[in-house]
Design a protein around this ligand. Sequence first.
Ligand SMILES: NC(=O)c1ccc[n+]([C@@H]2O[C@H](COP(=O)([O-])OP(=O)(O)OC[C@H]3O[C@@H](n4cnc5c(N)ncnc54)[C@H](OP(=O)(O)O)[C@@H]3O)[C@@H](O)[C@H]2O)c1
Length: 248
Amino acid sequence: MKKKIAVIGKGKFGSQIATILKDKYGSEYLFPTRKDKNKTDKDKTDFPNISINNIKAVENSDIILLLTHPKDASEVLQEIDSVINNRLIVNFTSKELDSQHPLLNVACSPVIEGRITTILYNPNEKVKKKDIEMFAEIFKPLAKNFMECDNSVAELGLMSRIRAHIFNYYRDLLKEGHNGSNLKSHFDHAIESLLNSEGIENQTQKAQTKGGFTEEINNLYNEDNLFEKLVKKEKDVINSKIKSIQEN
Ligand SMILES: NC(=O)c1ccc[n+]([C@@H]2O[C@H](COP(=O)([O-])OP(=O)(O)OC[C@H]3O[C@@H](n4cnc5c(N)ncnc54)[C@H](OP(=O)(O)O)[C@@H]3O)[C@@H](O)[C@H]2O)c1
C-alpha cells in the first residue's frame, strides 16, 4: 500500500524530493508545506495538498520528512510534536535532532537528474523494524546507495568534503591555466570510469600499474604535498561550516 508523506519545508531541496516522490507515487500521496502562503498558491497545480499547515500535513500522513533550514528544524519539530503520534520522522536537515517519537537523521546527497545517489540513515532508539521497512519501501527505489550509519552529520560532512575537493581541484587546475575543454574531458573520464565500474576499489586496482603512469603521477603529487595541502584547506573550511550549522 502506498504511504502518505508529509514534506515539511518544500523549498529548494524539499521541492526536488517532493517532485521525485510525486513522479513515483502520485501527488495525491504528498502533503507538502512551506511558510509563505503565496508560494503554496503557485504550487497547487502540481501539489494539490500543499499548505502552510504543518499540523494537518502530519495528521494526513504516515511518515514525516523534515526539510526546512537546519535553524528552523527544532522549532518545527516542537510545533508538530503533539500530533506525531509515533509516526516516523525523517530529518533531512544537517541539524542532528532527537525526539520521543521514532526519528531517523539522514545524510542525503542532492537530487541530480531525478536521482539520489546516497541516503545514509541513523535511527534513534524509538525506531522499529517496521519504520525502517517503510522508509526503505519509499526511498530505496530512488537512491543508488541506501544504508544505515552511526552518525549522519559526520557522514554529511564527509560527503560535502569529497564533493568540495573534486570541484575545487577542477577550479584550481583551471586557475593553473589548463585548457578548459581538455580539463573537462579529463574529469568526465575519471567520473565516468568510476560510474561504469563496480566501485572505486575496483578502479583503484585496475588503474594502478607498477612503475606506470598512475604511480609516477602519485609520486609527483606526493613530492610537493599538493593533495595534502588541498585536502587540509578544504577540510578546515567545511568543518567550520558544519560547526556553525550545528551551533545554530
Ligand atoms: N540543497 C541540497 O542539495 C540539500 C541536500 C541535502 C540536504 N539539504 C538540507 O535541506 C534543507 C533545506 O535546504 P534548502 O536549500 O531546500 O532551503 P530552502 O530552499 O530555504 O527551503 C527551506 C524551506 O522551509 C520552509 N519553511 C521554513 N519554516 C517553515 C515552517 N515553520 N513550516 C514549514 N515550512 C517552513 C521554507 O518555506 P518558504 O519557501 O515558504 O519560505 C522553505 O520552503 C537544509 O536543512 C539542508 O541542509 C539540502
